[in-house]
Design a protein. Structure first.
Length: 245
């Protein structure tokens, strides 16, 4: 049994998710309006504008994972991310250009502006940055409110305040929720679902098998973290998240 539907809806569907979907829908309409001014029919503009979305989603996923400690490495990672998003967007637009030239979406020449990397980068940044700021704002508002999670543990319905969670441990075929009172609540909810549900301003994943409450970390390095009475490993994949601690 996983997190109960009520909790799933409460944490994954409202506010952050719905506003993010609405934001990207508005972005697509704005892109279509810009592309219409370049000579596309509006219907074709929606299609061409959708080619920006994969690059924007790439930025949304990877940007929060970039650590600027050390600063040089963070800047380098940011440049690589921008380059990857730019190349992906350009390749998708190139494919669209090929389709346009054979007349599948109307015969017209591909606007030179869409081949300009500075323009493409500007569009990506102009759309990705507000979404990044909006998402952070919503996370902070969510983190400021008392939260609970509902799940099944050994056939019991558990409603647990998130501030009672010390850390989450994934075993072979179950997950153990370690609480401040010393309880070990076993559940079938996979750790990936817990990671998606718990607010990342309060919790951080440090290993494929562990999520910990940030406020309880006494000492942290790129290889391990220490809570009261327990030391947990940090895997290389998640070490940058500890740098942001």
């Amino acid at each position: 049994m996983g997190l109960l539907p009520k909790a799933f809806f409460r944490y994954l569907c409202p506010m952050r998710t719905l506003l993010t979907i609405l934001y990207w829908a508005v972005c697509l309409v704005v892109l279509a309006a810009i592309l219409s001014s370049l000579g596309y029919p509006f219907a074709d503009s929606m299609f061409v504008g959708s080619m920006f979305l994969p690059g924007l989603l790439m930025i949304k996923y990877f940007l929060p994972q970039i650590s600027f400690r050390p600063l040089r490495q963070g800047v380098l990672n940011l440049v690589w991310l921008a380059t990857a998003a730019l190349v992906l967007t350009f390749m998708l637009l190139f494919v669209v250009n090929a389709e346009l030239e054979v007349g599948l979406f109307g015969n017209m020449n591909f606007p030179p502006l869409l081949g300009n990397p500075i323009f493409l980068l500007f569009v990506l940044a102009a759309l990705a940055l507000p979404e990044y700021l909006l998402d952070n704002y919503l996370k902070e508002r969510e983190a400021a409110r008392p939260q609970t999670v509902d799940f099944i543990s050994e056939r019991r319905h558990i409603t647990l305040p998130t501030e009672e969670i010390c850390y989450i441990e994934s075993l072979d075929n179950e997950v153990v929720v370690h609480t401040a009172s010393g309880e070990k609540l076993r559940t079938r909810t996979p750790i990936s679902r817990w990671e998606a549900t718990l607010n990342e301003l309060h919790f951080v994943r440090i290993h494929r098998a562990y999520i910990v409450r940030r406020a309880l970390i006494l000492r942290a390095s790129r290889t391990e973290i220490e809570l009261e009475g327990v030391t947990l490993p940090v895997s290389r994949k998640y070490a940058d998240r500890i740098d942001k601690q």
